[in-house]
Design a protein around this ligand. Structure first.
Ligand code: URA
Length: 277
């Protein structure tokens, strides 16, 4: 360790509460395929006359296919009126959302946690396996690192006032199977929920973590390395961009940069940072 880290970096790591970096997460076991039960017709007791031959027109074939056990669950339109929802309505809309294919494989939706009027809002990408099981964002190894990073700047996800307790949400509320990258149409379907969360929390600052979160909320294809260190805005809220904790677990050398990003965010909240670009 000491050969790889400068004194300043070691001090920073101590402050982030990190003494040992954890190894990368083990490979995941794929989720079992979810099949939708199809009602089984009771057998007809009396001998029925031989049925007339049926010519399968295309619509009939389509119906048969939709009813077959292997047919995917049909999607539904996203609940309307998201932009005007209050917290309970928004939570319910997310819980019941079937607007993209991720609803077919999720165990739970992952709405978000934290202070409803938090000054800091953390935006990540999408739930992983642990988050999908527990219905809460950032509870796996990346979440432990996030908690340490927050602690290093005096923040927490635990009960506290709006200056200390953050609000944590993801761009996607459902886990992409096998943690694959989110698809553009999944992000498009889910983003209104995030937008409304941002409006309701009305944070003073957003910390966007990881390429997908950053690129989706800032509508850019630029890499994090080029977006860090300067201010951006999402719905009028100042945004600081940083690496995703899962990336930092794989690339601990970039933790020092991420510490700089946290310090920039803290500066901005104290009123001393640069104005959004
Ligand atoms: N990664 C994210 O971006 N969000 C989570 O909730 C967990 C892992």
């Amino acid at each position: 360790m000491s050969a790889r880290w400068s004194d300043r970096q070691q001090a920073m790591l101590r402050e982030m509460g990190v003494t040992l970096w954890l190894p990368p997460a083990p490979a995941e076991v794929p989720l079992p395929e979810v099949t939708v039960p199809v009602p089984v017709q009771a057998p007809v007791p009396s001998p029925a006359p031989a049925p007339a031959p049926v010519r399968m027109s295309r619509p009939v074939a389509a119906v048969a296919e939709a009813n077959s056990p292997s047919a995917p669950r049909p999607l539904a339109a996203r609940p309307s009126g998201v932009a005007a929802m209050d917290w309970p309505a928004l939570r319910e809309a997310v819980a019941g959302c079937e607007a993209c294919g991720l609803c077919r494989s999720r165990r739970n939706t992952v709405f978000g946690v934290g202070h409803a009027q938090a000054q800091w809002m953390i935006i990540g990408e999408a739930p992983g396996e642990q988050e999908d099981r527990q219905g809460e964002p950032f509870v796996g190894k990346a979440g432990q690192l996030l908690d340490n990073m927050l602690r290093a700047v005096g923040l927490t996800r635990a009960e506290a006032g709006p200056e200390q307790q953050v609000y944590i949400a993801n761009v996607l509320k459902c886990r992409p199977p096998m943690n694959r990258n989110p698809e553009p149409q999944e992000v498009a379907q889910c983003e209104p929920f995030l937008k409304r969360q941002v409006e309701l929390v009305a944070p003073k600052l957003i910390l966007a973590m990881g390429r997908f979160a950053v690129q989706s909320i800032l509508q850019t294809g630029e890499p994090i390395g080029r977006l860090r260190g300067r201010m951006h805005a999402y719905q009028g809220v100042p945004v600081v961009v940083t690496y995703h904790p899962a990336y930092l677990l794989r690339n601990p050398a970039d933790k020092a940069r991420s510490w700089d990003d946290l310090c920039l965010a803290r500066e901005v909240l104290r009123g001393g940072g640069p104005a959004p670009a």
